[in-house]
Ligand binder design. Structure first.
Ligand SMILES: Nc1ncnc2c1ncn2[C@@H]1O[C@H](COP(=O)(O)OP(=O)(O)OP(=O)(O)O)[C@@H](O)[C@H]1O
Length: 253
């Protein structure tokens, strides 16, 4: 995916300003940046919820605005920050929504659709609760159910906007490991927004630092993050320390 000279504004508030970015296939890319720098807006532009004022986003050389709706859904899936479902539905029913781009109007799901739904349920460890109501689950289980829906969509690219927010550390790690497995085992290209810098260092191939609607830096997680760079994008004094060959971010004293 390539993002070229992208501009976007809410009314007169210019939120994305000449943003350029290349996202590598089959890698995990994490967007970091301060509150309000435009991360969620960028995901909205990538998923066509919002339209660029200028510039364009291309996928395999094609401007995404020219890709037919169902075709686009087969290429890009998203798990949003706040997901909402209509009604009191079961986990397996929610996951089945992921097959909508593949099932024709008034058609029944095919064997392949059912297999994909079962696969997604299995990958996300939801077999035992597939008949439970989504409204009755814990935060971590709900998040896994939404990720399973996105997996059933069987897209090449999976976007996740703060997938671990509101979860305790056990579920955070569970979700991040699941995301890593989706990348390694199913070859998904992952683009996610995280607020925990230490977790982003551990679970990403590439880190993208955003600041005021632009890309400030991009590179390998292990190489690109320095105290100076990370302090700049969060406008606060941070340092990076190596402990047992792993990098950690701390506040400066
Ligand atoms: N629907 C909207 N209408 C008007 N302004 C908006 C809307 N959504 C976001 N904004 C503004 O656009 C800017 C970027 O918001 P965005 O949600 O993309 O940032 P973010 O980096 O995802 O922030 P956070 O880390 O807090 O989730 C902010 O100034 C925000 O107030």
């Amino acid at each position: 995916m390539e993002i070229n000279h992208l501009f976007f504004a809410y009314d007169k508030n210019m939120v994305i300003k000449d943003l350029n970015l290349k996202i590598e296939k089959n890698k995990i890319t994490t967007l970091l940046g301060a509150n309000g720098c435009g991360k969620s807006t960028l995901l909205k532009l990538i998923t066509r919820v919002e339209k660029p004022k200028m510039g364009f986003i291309s996928l395999d050389g094609k401007n995404i605005k020219n890709i037919e709706r169902k075709e686009f859904a087969k290429k890009v899936a998203i798990v949003r920050q706040k997901n909402q479902i209509a009604g009191d539905i079961k986990v397996e029913e929610l996951v089945a929504y992921g097959r909508n781009p593949y099932v024709g109007f008034m058609q029944k799901p095919s064997i392949e659709d059912k297999n994909k739904i079962n696969e997604a349920i299995e990958v996300c460890g939801l077999e035992e609760i597939r008949k439970e109501r989504v409204n009755s689950l814990s935060g971590g289980q709900v998040q896994r159910a939404w990720i399973a829906m996105a997996i059933a969509q069987d897209s090449e690219i999976l976007l996740l906007d703060e997938p671990t927010t509101y979860l305790d550390i056990k579920y955070q790690i569970e979700i991040l490991k699941l995301i890593r497995n989706l990348n390694k085992n199913l070859g998904k290209t992952i683009i996610m927004v995280l607020h925990d810098i230490n977790q982003s260092l551990e679970y990403s191939d590439t880190i993208v630092g955003m600041m005021k609607g632009k890309i400030e830096f991009q590179g390998k997680a292990s190489q690109v993050l320095t105290g100076e760079k990370i302090s700049k994008i969060y406008d606060t004094r941070l340092k990076i320390i190596d402990i047992e060959n792993r990098k950690y971010v701390f506040a400066e004293d």
